[in-house]
Design a protein around this ligand. Structure first.
Ligand code: THG
Length: 367
């Protein structure tokens, strides 16, 4: 593939200097911002992530901040997940839907206070929708994208590393909660979360000036832990069944099709803009849904377009992410499969860019 020409539209991050010094070898663009995808190789990065600890520049997980008396009301308008029981200090994975129940984003909502929220967005221009809703409904809330950039620390040694920099009490932060911790006199939200199944934290770095100092402090403190710069890993996240907005789902899909029904409380999410549409589809249930797909044979090529899933000449779905897994010794994939073929063990054929492969639909993911 040819290179992408850098320009101001493809925003650098407050950690780009560190990423470059660490020898990044490939990027993607996410929320109009650089997101590293490879350092040594996807496979080497994968093994290291599962064995040690990595520091990830995930600044591209931009924050849409809601601030003001109507912040909580607006947040509930955006999602079918019931937010009434959500206390400050909690993070919720929330489907965001439009008036048809179509997925607009699948962010992590961070509740800082009743009147202050961050929506840590996946790759779509969600702020435009949020501003449109707030203005259309004349809500008393300010919306912007603050200078806050997540830095993830992921891997089995993440607890040890983050404790060395923020103190031992960070170990007590529970999954999808955050606490405020000091770094060089700056208070930062540190959450136990991240886009891997290896465990770890995300530090929401508020203000550009502390970005590289924190990056360097983590690299320094983790020398004997073999800390390295890393990034969301295309193999590990498919093994773990972590969905990627724009790849595994789009605004054509409902949360139920995406397997995100467990994050919907459509009956009680009063005020959610997509509620009526979702109540209608939830009654019947989806006719296609996200599944794990085990693609047989040699390592598949990169999945940069949807691959048809076919049985007896009929299209029954599509694969949207795929990678060879060294640990599972097969090609792991994520796809959307029609009801007639979504049962565990169903044999299908996948039309990869390289040719047709036998594959098996799986009910659950590998990790
Ligand atoms: N962290 C933060 N912001 C993000 C992401 C993140 N924004 C973009 C993108 N990732 C949003 N998508 C996801 C997808 C999955 C998860 C988080 C964000 C995730 N899911 C867990 C799972 O499915 O096992 C846990 C969900 C739960 O139980 O609540 O972590 O990674 N800040």
């Amino acid at each position: 593939m040819a290179n992408i020409s850098p320009s101001r539209r493809i925003r650098r991050t407050m950690f780009s200097e560190g990423v470059e010094a660490a020898g990044v070898s490939a990027y993607t663009v996410y929320n109009h911002m650089l997101l590293p995808t490879v350092f040594k190789s996807v496979q080497e990065d994968y093994h290291h992530l599962k064995e040690a600890v990595q520091v990830w520049d995930v600044a591209c997980e931009r924050q849409v901040e809601l601030r003001g008396p109507d912040a909580a009301k607006l947040m509930q308008m955006l999602t079918p997940r019931d937010l009434r029981g959500m206390l400050p200090g909690r993070c919720f994975y929330v489907p965001i839907v439009d008036e048809t129940g179509g997925m607009l984003n699948d962010p992590v909502a961070v509740k800082l206070a009743e009147d202050r929220w961050w929506i840590s967005i996946a790759d779509s221009d969600l702020m435009l929708w949020v501003k449109g809703i707030a203005n259309g409904y004349r809500l008393d809330v300010l919306i912007d994208e603050p200078d806050v950039s997540p830095l993830a620390v992921q891997g089995p040694k993440a607890d040890e590393l983050v404790a060395r920099v923020f103190g031992d009490s960070v170990r007590d932060v529970r999954f999808f909660r955050f606490g405020m911790f000091d770094f060089e006199g700056r208070s930062m939200a540190v959450a136990r979360s991240g886009y891997s199944k290896q465990g770890g934290f995300e530090i929401y770095v508020d203000g550009t000036d502390k970005g590289m100092p924190l990056w360097n402090a983590l690299m320094e403190a983790g020398r004997d832990l073999d800390v390295r710069a890393g990034c969301p890993n295309g193999i590990e996240r498919v093994e773990g069944g972590l969905l990627s907005y724009g790849n595994d789902m789009t605004d054509d899909n409902t949360p139920h099709e995406c397997g995100l029904g467990r994050f919907c409380d459509t009956q009680t999410a009063i005020g959610c803009i997509g509620r009526d549409a979702l109540l209608r589809v939830a009654k019947e249930g989806p006719t296609k849904q996200v599944r794990a797909i085990d693609i047989q044979g040699a390592p598949v090529p990169g999945c940069d377009r949807a691959w048809d899933i076919e049985v007896g000449g009929k299209r029954v779905g599509q694969v949207t992410s795929a990678a060879y897994s060294p640990d599972f010794k097969t090609n792991v994939a994520i796809g959307m499969v029609r009801m007639t073929h979504w049962d565990d063990g169903t044999q299908v054929r996948v039309h990869t860019t390289d040719g047709v492969r036998d594959a098996v639909v799986r009910e659950s993911f590998w990790a």
